[in-house]
Design a protein around this ligand. Structure first.
Ligand code: NAD
Ligand code: DAU
Length: 356
């Protein structure tokens, strides 16, 4: 069934992948994005003139704007990707994380509830508010702990994860208190095309390409569970279609890896795709650790697999090759996103750390 979806944060990494996927599948997307440093209309160049993509620059905290968009476009769903998403930035300047992730999500929920209440019963039954959250709200695992299930208590450790946890609680409250048909998804680390190169995988690909140091925080043994962005977007579509209101669904990659192994894998593939006369692994540089650095994340997606029939299409070995190929083939995109603010952030973050 063709749907109109209000997507927030649809010019960011995961949001733009989702927008492209939904438009290709026949939906109409109203895309509300503030275009912060992380938002990039270049991600959506292929749908720039497509009538099924309506772009509006604005913030989710602007309740009047959200209300007017809902009234005008009458979406059957809202998918909330909009957020400040980088843990290191949340440590340096947490305030924006509270404004967007907490206050913004609250205002979006508030506008969604007013809209939902005015819908006819059949439209109310079909309506969904899907909130995209993270595995980081569950805290940090030891090596022997079981993977996070949806029942795991929240134990956020960074300003970023605390702000996401707060928004998840508000989403839950709008279901229990007001009956807004919400669903929350908690996913693990995404990677793939259009990821802003402040995050580990695209940063390492670009630095390796330019022969620059590959910074590893701490001992490099922190573990993340890597999920290919296309698989994540397919999961979100499935949850929109068949997920139950009031429920949460974990989405993981079943690909736990220590950071150092992720980086050496990228180095080997770069040796093959972009030989530079010496192994790229020579560029690996251990730097001062992230404060409060969570040791391990692992996500148990068995609810999503069992109840909704989802499974990953990409393994880490296939997904990382596709990702590196994409970055090597999209130099114009990279040049655009690595100007200005990006350079300031990289200088500030890595000069402060220094090599160990
Ligand atoms: P991103 O930083 O690449 O993109 C965020 C987008 O939100 C940008 O386009 C930005 O302009 C927009 N935005 C920021 N503040 C806004 C506001 N106030 N109003 C409207 N738009 C605003 O983030 P991402 O990596 O694509 O993550 C998307 C969502 O998924 C976030 O909610 C994040 O917490 C969650 N998540 C991400 C990952 C990951 O590995 N990237 C993993 C788990 C969960
Ligand atoms: O787990 C889901 C989360 O994944 C999302 O909620 C966040 O939005 C997303 O940014 C991501 O958070 P991480 O902090 O795990 O991702 P990041 O790419 O910043 O770091 C991945 C790991 O690599 C982490 O252990 C820190 C480490 N790291 C990161 C950078 C940028 C390094 O060792 N060196 C680096 O330069």
């Amino acid at each position: 069934m063709r749907r109109t979806i209000l997507v927030t944060g649809g010019a960011g990494f995961i949001g733009s992948n989702f927008v492209l996927q939904r438009i290709a599948a026949g939906d109409r997307v109203v895309n509300l994005d503030k275009l912060t440093y992380a938002g990039n209309l270049g991600n959506l160049a292929s749908v720039q003139h497509n009538p099924d993509h309506v772009f509006i620059q604005g913030g989710i905290e602007d309740e009047a704007l959200v209300q007017s968009l809902l009234a005008k476009h009458q979406p059957q769903a809202i998918v909330n990707f909009a957020a400040e998403s980088h843990v290191d930035r949340s440590i340096v300047s947490p305030e924006e994380f509270i404004s967007t992730n907490v206050v913004g999500s609250f205002r979006l929920l508030h506008a969604a509830l007013a809209y939902y209440r005015a819908l006819a019963p059949a439209a109310q039954a079909a309506f969904r508010f899907l909130h995209v959250s993270t595995d980081e709200v569950y805290g940090s695992l030891s090596r022997s702990d079981p993977a996070f299930t949806e029942e795991k208590a929240y134990e956020p450790n960074s300003p970023y994860s605390a702000s996401k946890a707060a928004s998840d609680h508000l989403v839950r409250a709008y279901y229990h208190t007001y009956g807004l048909p919400v669903i929350t998804t908690n996913c693990s680390n995404n990677y793939g095309p259009y990821q802003f190169p402040e995050k580990l995988i695209p940063l390492v690909i670009l630095n390796a390409f330019h022969g620059k140091p590959l910074p590893i925080y701490g001992d490099g043994l922190n573990v993340r569970d890597w999920l290919y962005v296309g698989d994540h977007c397919l999961a979100i579509s499935l949850v929109l279609e068949r997920g139950l209101p009031g429920k949460t669904y974990n989405i993981g990659g079943d690909s736990e890896m220590a950071n150092i192994d992720v980086v050496t894998t990228i180095c080997s593939i770069m040796d093959e795709f972009h030989p530079s006369g010496a192994p790229h692994s020579r560029l690996i540089t251990y730097v001062t650790d992230r404060p409060g650095h969570d040791r391990r994340y692992a996500v148990d997606s068995s609810r999503l697999k069992r109840e909704l029939g989802w499974s990953q299409q990409e393994t880490f070995s296939t997904g990382i090759r596709r990702t590196i190929e994409w970055y090597l083939a999209n130099t114009a995109w990279i040049q655009e996103v690595t100007s200005g603010d990006y350079r300031r952030w990289i200088t500030a973050n890595y000069e402060a750390r220094g090599a160990k």
